[in-house]
Design a binder for this molecule. Structure first.
Ligand code: NAP
Length: 248
């Protein structure tokens, strides 16, 4: 359909799961794509090959999103290689689930760093080229857990709720430069992150989801196409739930 033709997108954590689905969907819609990974080099190379088949330019970068200096280097390299940056998808994320009484300081810090500080790191450096262009769309991957909370995920929920406050603030701060910032709150999406659920837990979640299925990476990627492209030019500061009406 070419909804993103002529645009350059950077997606963090594009080697697997939701990020991989966003890379492939953006490629299908005509965007040139840079994406990052942390350790899955082989998987990242396979995603590059699959996305290139759609006839767009694709590069994978090994870059730790939680590291401020690496984020700066990454944005500079992407702008040098692709000439500009239209869309940033802050997707990289991890879980370290446990009940609060058992949660270590390290488990708290890791999740806050990878999930929340990364969004600061990438947004901070991406805003420079976007401000110069006086246009841009930033999409931050939050979660329904950031809106409603979840026992055993206090660190994760705090990081995802923090992303929502950050998103709304950035939307207000840079709206006058024609830069938009929105969050997506996925529900339960079938990826490696949710593979730890037992069949019984999955069945319980499906029972609670009005659309009666877990989501797919493609379900979230379609929302990213909408928020990243020109169909949403008057939409900013919003949280779009992609959760099959769970918790609605
Ligand atoms: P996933 O399958 O575990 O994939 C995570 C991706 O993030 C991988 O590409 C991984 O790279 C990358 N990554 C992890 N740490 C990184 C770091 N420090 N720097 C750069 N990249 C890093 O996860 P997912 O389920 O697709 O989740 C993607 C996002 O959606 C996350 O922010 C998650 O919190 C959010 N989300 C997921 C669900 C769900 O049900 N799955 C629901 C709500 C929200 P490597 O492959 O190199 O490790």
């Amino acid at each position: 359909m070419g909804l993103l033709k002529g645009k350059v997108a950077l997606i963090t954590g594009g080697s697997r799961g939701i990020g991989e689905a966003v890379v492939l969907k953006f490629a299908e819609e005509g965007a040139d794509i840079a994406f990052t990974y942390q350790s899955s080099e082989e998987k990242a190379n396979a995603v590059v090959a699959a996305a290139e088949q759609k006839g767009v330019k694709v590069r994978a970068y090994k870059s730790d999103a939680s590291d401020y200096a690496q984020a700066e280097t990454l944005i500079n390299e992407v702008v040098e290689t692709f000439g500009k940056l239209d869309i940033l998808v802050n997707n990289a994320g991890i879980t370290k689930d446990t009940l609060m009484l058992r949660m270590s300081e390290e488990q708290w810090d890791q999740v806050i760093h990878v999930n929340l500080k990364s969004v600061f790191n990438l947004t901070k450096h991406a805003l420079k080229p976007m401000m110069k262009m006086r246009s841009g769309s930033i999409i931050n991957m939050s979660s329904v857990v950031g809106v409603f909370g979840n026992a055993g995920q206090a660190n994760y929920a705090a990081s995802k709720a923090g992303i929502i406050g950050f998103t709304k603030s950035i939307a207000k701060e840079v709206g006058s430069r024609n830069i938009r910032c929105n969050a997506i709150a996925p529900g339960f999406i079938e990826t490696d992150m949710t593979q730890i659920l037992t069949e019984e837990q999955k069945k319980n979640y499906i029972d609670a989801i009005p659309l009666k299925r877990l989501g797919s990476g493609e379900d979230v990627a379609n929302a990213c196409v909408y928020l990243g492209g020109d169909l949403s030019t008057y939409v900013s500061g919003q949280v779009l739930s992609v959760c099959g009406a769970l918790n609605t």
